[in-house]
Design a protein around this ligand. Structure first.
Ligand SMILES: NC(=O)c1ccc[n+]([C@@H]2O[C@H](COP(=O)([O-])OP(=O)(O)OC[C@H]3O[C@@H](n4cnc5c(N)ncnc54)[C@H](O)[C@@H]3O)[C@@H](O)[C@H]2O)c1
Length: 361
């Protein structure tokens, strides 16, 4: 991996500073050469903190895309902008890492997929939960056939009082919805990936907004939480074409005694089961006539002077992504897969609105 990859960042807000720019900075081959944000000060600060000494700063992303030296673009704006910016970037000849969810609507996600196919450029989505050690172990375990046929799954992203209230998270026009599109998207992506099943047949879902005081106890305070029209919680049943069922539960705010972080799921197979819950990974089966639950320790550890700390999922995601560009291989998250996630999420909203199941062809 000797070759230098020049990267442009579009959207220099929370996820750019919290995940992408620090992770890209750990890759010796990467140079962050351009930064764009509609708020110029954010782009300037990002350039100063993470850019090359001559990094360019823009407020119009199309000017950034016009630079032929930029090979890779990260699209880190609110959901509404994902599709148009990613599509323009693909047609400008860039490989694109776009934050999750793939798009605000399923139609937009399909437009992105079509653009990736037409241009032959790489498009991936920032589903970093796939890159956790727990998920990587689970993927190998499942691909070995140890679970048998996975026919029943739960998919969790349940917060007790965790409604994000900065930026545009409470703006339906910008984001497209609440916890379904914001956090259940991570868990559903991980569940489908581990099941290796991308063929939904039917979705039935229901959203809820019932709390008398949704702002009370919110970990980030009120700041709009009490007035947002977005759903607080939702559940859904997803039936796959092979008969497998996925029960999805999600909330930003819910009176529950068991919050379960996004990126959690439970997979029940014909031979054994596996669960990733709040980062605890267990495998269960029956041995010698008795039920057995095994905790899988994914940390290295055990040596007094060596912490055994693993790279964060964000860093692993960035390294795998840039490697796929350099080696011209498929990224870990394929746009075809992320598109199915968007199809199902939209079906949950549609089913809740119409009171009817949504069937897929
Ligand atoms: N992977 C994760 O776990 C994770 C976590 C948080 C957010 N996200 C996703 O990241 C995206 C951004 O979220 P955030 O928390 O960083 O929001 P944010 O509001 O903090 O940052 C978004 C930035 O984009 C800028 N922007 C808006 N329109 C633009 C445009 N047309 N051109 C250039 N810049 C533009 C805004 O000024 C802002 O600085 C969302 O899609 C969100 O779902 C992912």
């Amino acid at each position: 991996m000797d070759r230098i990859v020049k990267v442009g960042i579009i959207g220099c807000g929370g996820i750019a500073n919290g995940k992408h720019m620090p992770s890209l900075k750990t890759i010796p081959n990467v140079r962050m050469v351009a930064f764009c944000d509609i708020i110029i000060e954010k782009a300037q600060k990002a350039a100063k903190d993470y850019g090359t000494p001559d990094a360019k700063v823009y407020t119009d992303y199309k000017e950034l895309l016009a630079d032929p030296e930029i090979e890779v673009v990260h699209v880190l704006t609110p959901n509404r902008e994902h599709a148009d910016i990613s599509i323009d970037a693909l047609y400008a000849g860039k490989h694109v890492m776009c934050e999750k969810p793939m798009a605000k609507s399923a139609a937009d996600a399909h437009r992105m997929l079509e653009a990736a196919k037409k241009t032959g450029k790489k498009l991936t989505i920032g589903y970093q939960h796939r890159q956790k050690e727990q998920s990587r172990y689970a993927k190998q375990y499942i691909d070995s056939g140890a679970l048998g046929e996975i026919y029943y799954a739960n998919c969790y992203a349940i917060r007790r009082r965790g409604t994000p209230n900065w930026g545009v998270f409470l703006n339906e026009e910008e984001q497209g919805g609440g916890p379904i599109i914001d956090i259940a998207t991570h868990s559903l992506d991980l569940t489908l990936y581990l099941m290796n099943n991308y063929e939904p047949a039917m979705v039935i879902g229901k959203t809820h907004k019932k709390l008398e005081h949704p702002e009370a106890g919110n970990i980030w305070g009120d700041n709009g939480v009490s007035t947002t029209p977005l759903e607080e919680a939702a559940c859904a049943m997803i039936v796959m074409k092979n008969g497998a069922t996925i029960m999805l539960e999600t909330s930003w705010a819910l009176n529950t005694d068991e919050p379960i972080a996004e990126g959690s799921c439970r997979l029940c197979g014909s031979k054994a089961g596996l669960s990733i819950k709040n980062d605890r990974l267990t495998v269960n089966k029956v041995e010698y006539g008795k039920p057995v639950v095994t905790d899988v320790d994914v940390s290295v550890g055990g040596v007094a002077f060596y912490s055994g700390a693993q790279a964060s999922p964000a860093v692993t995601e960035a390294h795998n992504w840039i490697r796929s560009v350099i080696e011209d291989t498929d990224p870990v998250v394929l746009p075809e897969q992320a598109c199915v996630v968007s199809d199902i999420l939209e079906a949950i909203y549609t089913s809740s609105r119409t009171g009817k199941p949504v069937y897929f062809d």
